[in-house]
Design a protein around this ligand. Structure first.
Ligand SMILES: [Zn+2]
Length: 379
């Protein structure tokens, strides 16, 4: 961990603030700016834990903070800060260490070489799959999925329930596969956890400069090469290209560029191959925002899809969209419905402008806990 002091900025400062808040030493906002309030909280922490009171977070202070970060004391997944790839990986490692019944694997890797992790909950024969953050500025859903994994693990250990379902039963009946962050390079760009000196960042900024109406980096949905990963699937990809070209997205862009062919991008190809390699009865593709559920695709969806969708709408309070053809093609869910004729849902969480503020987390999580359980129990 980097040494943090007055004036430091970034995701590790957010982690520090979030942890000090957990301990009751910090009341300010988690903003990633190490100012006077953060320094005061560090002073208090250092005094309480009997270490040198210098207001600097070096190896000794990090070591004392670590039990409150890695789940030795309290929960692991922070739900009040930006969530970048390295925070997620740290959380996955800590969850795996604390709950050895979780199994973790990889879908493949991103353009910048980051492994795309999945977590498997359960050993049951019936498989379902949930994914999040295929769009970079929708990263709040990575936190939703990670928090769900932690809550599932806690309830498994305590022989408890979530949304009325006993988790040990669920564990034996179903396997829920979760890929919380399909587009980690894009997420790191949006949450400002990527060096501005890196070629990847400079290239992204150059791509964005061709689309001045899209704010940078907050409007970024694509992968780091400017390809929208949810327009990469072989389900009317040519139609998607026609539509998006007509809208002016004819080259790499912060969003809505389909690429030069289907599945050209490693993240999309990894998701595609992972789906082929498994036997998912149902998929949930987590997006934001709108509090709406999409479930139809050109009348190819199976009959049971409506019934399940209605249950999702009931438990979440979200609207079940009735359009058969929303004019957007080549999405992951579109392809899944087209090729498998099984239920697939786009869940659009929250309301507002992406990236949604993390202050919406609690409501989004409460709204979606039913769907996350029903997604496995209703098939
Ligand atoms: Zn999206």
């Amino acid at each position: 961990m980097d040494i943090l002091r007055y004036g430091s900025r970034g995701i590790l400062v957010e982690l520090l603030q979030s942890t000090l808040k957990k301990l009751g030493f910090y009341n300010g906002t988690v903003d990633g700016i190490f100012g006077a309030n953060t320094r005061d909280a560090v002073y208090t922490f250092q005094r309480e834990f009997g270490i040198d009171i210098d207001g600097v977070v070096g190896p000794i202070t990090w070591k004392k903070l670590m039990p409150y970060i890695n789940g030795t004391v309290g929960n692991i997944v922070p739900t009040n800060m930006s969530y970048s790839y390295r925070i997620m990986i740290m959380n996955i490692n800590d969850l795996k260490r604390k709950y050895d019944f979780l199994s973790v694997g990889s879908l493949g890797s991103s353009v910048l070489g980051k492994e795309l992790p999945y977590i498997r909950l359960g050993i049951g024969p019936s498989q379902v799959f949930y994914s999040g953050s295929i769009h970079a500025n929708e990263w709040i859903n990575s936190v939703v999925l990670m928090k769900f994994i932690e809550d599932y693990a806690i309830q498994y250990e305590q022989n408890g329930s979530l949304y009325g379902k006993n988790i040990r039963e669920l564990y034996n009946e179903k396997s829920i596969y979760i890929a919380p962050m399909i587009n980690p390079d894009g997420v790191d760009l949006v949450v400002d956890d990527m060096s501005k000196m890196s070629n990847a960042y400079k290239n992204a900024r150059l791509i964005a400069s061709n689309y001045p109406m899209i704010s940078f980096p907050s409007g970024w949905k694509a992968n780091i090469l400017g390809v929208d990963l949810n327009l990469q699937f072989p389900a009317n990809w040519v139609l998607a290209r026609e539509n998006k070209y007509a809208q002016g997205f004819i080259r790499p862009a912060p969003r809505d560029f389909v690429g030069y062919g289907p599945l050209t991008e490693p993240e999309a190809l990894a998701l595609y191959n992972f789906t082929l390699a498994n036997n998912f009865k149902l998929i949930l593709a987590y997006h934001s925002q709108g509090e709406v559920i999409f479930w139809r695709y050109l009348n190819l969806e199976p009959e049971e899809a409506r019934k399940i969708g209605e249950e999702f709408a009931k438990s979440s309070g979200y609207i079940l969209d009735e359009n058969v053809d929303t004019g957007s093609y080549a999405g992951y869910r579109d392809w899944f419905i087209q090729d498998y004729r099984r239920p697939g849902y786009t869940i659009e969480t929250g309301l507002g402008i992406n990236p949604l503020p993390i202050s919406q987390f609690d409501k989004i999580y409460q709204d979606n806990i039913g769907i996350l359980i029903q997604g496995a129990t209703l098939v």
